[in-house]
Design a protein around this ligand. Structure first.
Ligand SMILES: C[S@@+](CC[C@H](N)C(=O)[O-])C[C@H]1O[C@@H](n2cnc3c(N)ncnc32)[C@H](O)[C@@H]1O
Length: 228
């Protein structure tokens, strides 16, 4: 697996963009939408303006980090692709990056307040899903949050994008119910999912509409969040 993304360390952005070109939207649009929802969840749980210590598991080359860095006090990123991690490190010195073996996260128990994984779980073989989730739970402080952002297999345009993306050939998409069940089995409490990326705009009106319909399971992606 690490070899797969090691091969895309320099072309990752271009490969993602070519898989979503049909939408007419830049990759940044999708990254910003994830960060907006994360910002909202963090403010609701930790309090407005609070900056938890954050970890991003499966962070790749760190494409998401310019959009999310300001949400956190300490921010760490970890991935099994050593080449992706070296590229992420080249871009930012204010984030602590590490490569690991995909089995045990290189952090002590209860090291972070907010542990997320963004579009990485579908690259973990299903037999490894539960142990992956247990690792997210282990490194999260009690009362902190674990967040999983995933592609929504119920959305046909998401399926089209995945089918067009060459590094998604191994992908096994998960429904939000599966993620919530994995969370419950890992000791993560009260997991709930919100769907987003229904609309191809980011105006105040479209954001209000997105907020109103986020429990309908048809957005392009979803975020499942539970408490450690
Ligand atoms: C589609 S990329 C997403 C990268 C980044 N999260 C983003 O949104 O741009 C999937 C990433 O998951 C990583 N990955 C796959 N299995 C993993 C595991 N068991 N632990 C951590 N990262 C993993 C891959 O190396 C790859 O960098």
């Amino acid at each position: 697996m690490s070899e797969l993304f090691d091969r895309y360390d320099r072309s990752y952005g271009a490969v993602v963009q070519s898989s979503i070109d049909f939408s007419g939207l830049p990759h940044d649009f999708f990254l910003q939408a994830k960060a907006d929802l994360m910002r909202e969840k963090i403010a609701a749980h930790f309090g407005p303006g609070k900056k938890p210590d954050g970890l991003d598991v499966g962070c790749g080359i760190g494409s998401f980090h310019p959009f999310a860095r300001d949400l956190f006090s300490r921010y760490c990123g970890v991935d099994i692709s050593a080449k992706s991690i070296s590229q992420a490190r080249e871009k930012r010195s204010d984030i602590e990056y590490a490569a690991y073996d995909g089995v045990s996260l290189p952090y002590d128990d209860a090291s972070f307040d907010f542990v997320s994984t963004v579009c990485a779980l579908h690259h973990v073989p299903p037999r490894g899903w539960l142990s992956f989730m247990r690792e997210l739970r282990r490194v999260t402080r009690s009362g902190g949050l674990v967040s999983v952002i995933e592609h929504n297999p119920l959305n046909p345009l998401t399926r089209l994008a995945v089918s067009r993306c060459e590094f998604d050939r191994d992908a096994v998409l998960l429904r939000s119910e599966t993620v919530e069940k994995l969370m419950a089995e890992s000791g993560i409490a009260g997991a709930e999912s919100d769907y987003f990326l229904f609309l191809p705009f980011r105006t105040p009106l479209s954001r209000r509409i997105e907020r109103a319909i986020r429990k309908f399971p048809f957005g392009a992606q979803y975020m499942s969040v539970g408490e450690a």
